[in-house]
Design a protein around this ligand. Structure first.
Ligand code: NAP
Length: 692
């Protein structure tokens, strides 16, 4: 019998003894043994910190992002072999697509996040904070990679996605991972890790894999590590109360059972597109992955006068679901992950049936195609009904982690909100409505209890990613019962693996530390105009202070004519009584344009390829005719760009493969009294001298 190996300390190693027998979920045949007995977990974590962390934290966000992209492309090439194995978990092609390509999609999405991060090993967080009157003392926040390891303890339902959605984030942050998938489906995770290791894309120690029991791994965690757990609330509680985790204050991110709900808005009636959307979405949530999704809909809330119509429509749809061997193309629902999981689901349904009735499905039997319903971990979808949801606690408390949902009536939107909250915290809730007022009331009333809310109607249904899909750029996690955790969420996610430190000092010091020019720091006065420097030659703080330009009434009139902006404040004949101004005031955009006229190095071709935008433009003081404008123009931040990359912000420009980088410039606009009249950050693309 094949024995799975663990990937620890740079080697594939079998655990001692026979370990746990793993079975094919579809036909019950044994497929592998998994053991972690005899592994040195302390040494495994130490290896991650010494090797993986040391290597990753030296890489910049750009390098880590490119590494993730390379990994995503590599795994995409190998995907067919993962599909083959995935069938053994009971997953259909579509279920496997979520796991495999959804997981790889997380790598791509996190790889792309590098564009929002500097070409540094660390990043600044948020805004600079002024702390003194004379501007000699300031504060900021800096984020540096933690010096530990991410330990991911995962659930059995998504053996690939569960790993990739988590490691994408810690790797981008510069932190290595030890992944412990749930044992029952860890053979699929192992197959993917084998490909990752073989690719040599990640540095040594960046990823280790434990196939089987977690042993005493938690005895060896430190304050620099991060633990994420996805699984049942009871295991989660047990693990997060581990004395070492408590004494070390190790961050513990918990994603647990969730009684997610879907609400049918009172405005939706049979015959409307939203009615069909609702029925389709509930069916999908019940049957995709045989209901073994953390986000699957467990509670369905329907206006009381539409209960019968809804459940009859659902029964009709569920009846059409072909269940069986996922290799058969007609099959729409495969099996559960294993026989133990079926026993567990049935036991939970039994509990639910104490206060609910079964409208569809059976605890005893299920009709399957191309499979043995008993040997394989098959189960029938089950639709339950509970008609007194305010007094019955069971449907709000008991999670059957399979194709099981309970339909319940509500009277008005306030009731629907209250019922949604009776789940005591969920990962996701949806409302299907066309009525913006209903949607707003529901979202504002229920959001405190749900990590994500989908508002679905015909306008977005076609392109909607659906109730059940957590997305890499949106946070996944929920309050209360669902764990109180938060993962993914784009840049929010990586912050779980970075230490945020407030830094204080002079603007020049903060500039030197962060490599981002801070207002009031000393600049480097440039002998040549910085626009004549190539990307590599530019230094943060390179600065010019321009000549003064007189702003005249004729200028303001001309700008009004050219732009068509004849706002009363810019017209000389306006009666300024009761306005914010004393007299004809220059357009802010004219001041910005005049600023460009002063700071741009005109006429000669130079390494600046183009100007592609302005961030944070503010006008701080009105400029009247007769005043003069001058500019302090400083190189603020530089980020090299990869060759041949099309910038997503300006995909239409030609010559996207010129070696270049993004340079941000701080534009400070002053009048003749040296008072700030405006401030902006402009973005340019600057050519590199070296052709890469
Ligand atoms: P589980 O028993 O809690 O197991 C989850 C993970 O914890 C597995 O990897 C398991 O490993 C591990 N584990 C169990 N005991 C441990 C211990 N003493 N020390 C270290 N690790 C330990 O959950 P499950 O029954 O497999 O999964 C189903 C549950 O997961 C459902 O309740 C579902 O709601 C929840 N879930 C939640 C989410 C979410 O995002 N919120 C996602 C998916 C699933 P072994 O496999 O080796 O026991």
């Amino acid at each position: 019998m094949k024995k799975l190996e663990n990937y620890v300390q740079g080697k594939w190693i079998s655990g001692d003894g026979n370990g746990q027998q793993l079975f094919n979920a579809v036909d019950g045949s044994p497929i592998a043994l998994a053991s972690t007995k005899g592994l040195d977990f302390a040494a495994t974590l130490d290896y991650a910190r010494r090797k993986g962390n040391a290597a990753l934290r030296k890489m910049t966000f750009q390098e880590r992002g490119r590494m993730l992209r390379a990994l995503a492309l590599h795994l995409l090439e190998k995907k067919e072999q993962f599909y083959k194995i995935s069938f053994q978990t009971g997953a259909t092609k579509i279920d496997s697509w979520i796991d495999i390509e959804g997981g790889i999609g997380n790598l791509f999405a996190n790889a792309s996040l590098r564009r929002k991060l500097p070409d540094e090993t660390f990043t600044l967080d948020g805004e600079a904070i002024a702390l003194s009157k004379q501007n000699s003392f300031m504060g900021h926040h800096i984020l540096v990679p933690k010096e530990g390891v991410a330990i991911h303890i995962n659930a059995y339902n998504f053996p690939i996605w569960g790993m990739l959605e988590k490691i994408a984030v810690n790797l981008l942050a510069g932190v290595p991972a030890v992944v412990k998938p749930a044992t029952v489906t860890c053979y699929l995770t192992e197959a993917v890790v084998r490909e990752i290791v073989a690719s040599n894309i990640l540095p040594d120690g960046a990823l280790q894999l434990i196939c089987g029991s977690a042993g005493d791994v938690l005895n060896h965690v430190t304050s620099q590590d991060v633990i994420t757990f996805t699984g049942s609330a009871s295991t989660g509680l047990q693990l997060k109360s581990h004395p070492v985790i408590l004494s070390e204050n190790t961050p513990f991110n918990l994603e647990a059972d969730s009684l997610n709900c879907m609400v049918l808005g009172n405005d939706v009636n049979p015959g409307q597109p939203e009615w069909d959307i609702f029925i389709k979405e509930v069916k999908k949530e019940m049957t995709v992955k045989a209901g073994q999704k953390c986000t699957a809909v467990r509670r369905i809330f329907v206006p009381e006068n539409k209960m019968e119509d809804v459940w009859k429509a659902l029964v009709t749809e569920l009846n059409k679901t072909v269940i069986g061997n996922p290799h058969n193309e007609k099959v729409r629902m495969g099996s559960l992950a294993g026989i133990d999981q079926r026993i567990e689901v049935k036991a939970q349904v039994q509990k639910l049936l104490a206060t609910s009735e079964l409208l569809f499905g059976s605890l005893e039997s299920v009709e399957v195609v191309d499979a043995d319903a008993v040997k394989g971990a098959f189960i029938s979808p089950m639709l339950l009904m509970n008609t007194s949801p305010f007094t019955s606690e069971d449907p709000h408390n008991i999670e059957a982690f399979g194709p099981v949902s309970t339909i319940m009536p509500y009277k008005n939107i306030e009731d629907a909100i209250e019922l949604s909250k009776k789940g005591k915290g969920s990962l996701c809730s949806s409302i299907i409505t066309n009525d913006a007022r209903t949607a707003k009331e529901y979202v504002l009333g229920a959001a405190s209890h749900h990590g994500r809310i989908l508002v679905l109607n015909n306008d977005c249904a076609k392109e909607s990613t659906g109730h059940g899909s957590p997305l890499p750029l949106l946070t996944h996690g929920g309050p209360g019962r669902s764990g109180g955790g938060e993962e993914m969420g784009g840049l929010r996610g990586i912050k779980h693996y970075l230490q945020r430190t407030a830094i204080q000092g002079s603007p020049s010091m903060i500039t030197a530390i962060s490599n981002v020019y801070q207002q009031y720091a000393k600049g480097n006065s440039c002998a040549i105009h910085p626009f004549r420097k190539y990307f590599e030659e530019l230094e943060i703080g390179d600065q010019i202070v321009t000549e003064k330009r007189l702003i005249t009434s004729a200028d303001i009139d001309a700008f009004a004519d050219v732009s068509g902006d004849h706002f009363y404040a810019h017209l000389i004949n306006t009666d300024f009584n009761g306005t914010m101004f004393e007299e004809q005031v220059a357009h802010g955009y004219f001041i910005m344009s005049a600023a460009a006229g002063l700071f741009v190095d005109s006429y000669k071709k130079n390494p600046v390829l183009l100007n592609y935008g302005i961030d944070e433009l503010r006008f701080t003081k009105p400029m009247y005719a007769g005043s003069s404008l001058y500019i302090k123009f400083t190189c603020k931040e530089k980020t090299a760009q990869e060759l041949k990359e099309i910038n997503p912000d300006v995909p239409m420009i030609k010559g996207a493969d010129i070696p270049k980088g993004i340079v941000k410039w701080l534009v400070e606009m002053f009048d003749e009294t040296d008072e700030l009249v405006g401030i902006a950050t402009i973005l340019t693309m600057v050519q590199m001298k070296n052709k890469n």
